[in-house]
Design a protein around this ligand. Structure first.
Ligand code: ZN
Length: 265
C-alpha cells in the first residue's frame, strides 16, 4: 500500500510541476499560481511605498487607456482581465507587469515612446511574461530564490532578490535578466497581443530602433527590463519582422472589429 501511495504522490507532484508555455515550450513550475499571485501583490504594495506615483492625471489616463486595451485581449484561466496600473515618477525608461494583475510604468518610458502603439508594444511584452508564467519558472529554477520566497512569506520582509524574480529589480539597483528564451517568447506573444488590441505591430520595431538610440546615449543608467538581456536587438527585430505578417493579420481583424484604441498623452 505504501509503495502505491508513493507512486501516486510522485505522479501528482510531477503533474503539478510541469507546464507548457503559451508558445508550446515545456516548463518547470514548482509554485502554485496563487502563491505567485500573492507574492506579486505584496511586492507591488512595497513598490508603491517606495516609488512615488506621478501626479500627472494626463499620464495616468494615457497609460490606463493603453493597458485597458491590452488587458481586454487577455483571458486565460485565472489570470485576471482587469489589471491595476500605475505610472511611477522615475526617469528610467522602465515598465513591468507582475502576477496578481499589477502593472507599473515609469514616466521615463513615456519619454522614449513616440505613441500609444509603442507603449502597447512594451506593455504587450510585459504582460506576456505574466501570461507565460515566467516568474514562476524563474523562482522554480533557483533553489536560493525558493528559500528567499519562503522567508519573505514568513516575515513580510521583501528581499530585492525577490523583486528581481518578478522583473522589478532595477529600482533597487539589482537586475536579474530574463533568459533569452523568456525574452523571445515575450516579444512574440507581446506582438500578437498588441495587434489583437488594435495597435499597429510595426511600431514595435520602430520602438526598438528608438531604444537602440536611447541605450547608446544613456551610459550607466539602469536599462529597461526589456533591454536587460542584450539578446542583440538586430536578432529581436528580425524575429519580430518574421512574425509581422501574422501580427498584421491580427491587427487588420481587430481594426475590422472596431478595435481602434484612441490613447493620447
Ligand atoms: Zn522582458
Amino acid at each position: 500500500m505504501g509503495r502505491l501511495l508513493v507512486i501516486a504522490t510522485v505522479l501528482v507532484a510531477t503533474t503539478a510541476a510541469c507546464g507548457v508555455s503559451p508558445m508550446g515550450r515545456r516548463q518547470l513550475l514548482l509554485l502554485s499560481d496563487d502563491a505567485v499571485d500573492q507574492q506579486g501583490t505584496a511586492l507591488y504594495a512595497q513598490y508603491k511605498r517606495d516609488v512615488p506615483i506621478t501626479k500627472s492625471t494626463r499620464d495616468q489616463k494615457y497609460v490606463t487607456c493603453v493597458t485597458k486595451a491590452i488587458a481586454a485581449e487577455v483571458s486565460e484561466g485565472d489570470i485576471p482581465d482587469s489589471w491595476e496600473v500605475n505610472t511611477f515618477e522615475d526617469d528610467t525608461p522602465n515598465a513591468f507587469a507582475i502576477p496578481g494583475g499589477k502593472i507599473g510604468v515609469h514616466t521615463g518610458l513615456l519619454d522614449v515612446t513616440d505613441n500609444a502603439d509603442q507603449l502597447a508594444a512594451v506593455l504587450g511584452h510585459e504582460v506576456a511574461h505574466v501570461l507565460a508564467r515566467h516568474s514562476n519558472e524563474r523562482a522554480s529554477a533557483s533553489q536560493a530564490t525558493n528559500v528567499v520566497l519562503a522567508g519573505a512569506q514568513a516575515s513580510g520582509y521583501v528581499d530585492p532578490q525577490l523583486m528581481n524574480v518578478f522583473g522589478m529589480g532595477a529600482q533597487y539597483g539589482v537586475i536579474l535578466p530574463y533568459s533569452r528564451t523568456h525574452e523571445s517568447e515575450a516579444d512574440l506573444m507581446g506582438l500578437d497581443l498588441m495587434a489583437r488590441a488594435g495597435f499597429d505591430p510595426r511600431q514595435a520595431v520602430v520602438f526598438w530602433d528608438n531604444m537602440d538610440e536611447a541605450a547608446a546615449q544613456s551610459g550607466g543608467q539602469a536599462p529597461p527590463e526589456i533591454l536587460s538581456t542584450h539578446p542583440g536587438s538586430a536578432t529581436r527585430k528580425k524575429d519580430l519582422n518574421d512574425r509581422m505578417p501574422h501580427a498584421l493579420e491580427l491587427y487588420e481583424q481587430a481594426r475590422a472589429q472596431g478595435k481602434k484604441p484612441r490613447c493620447t498623452r
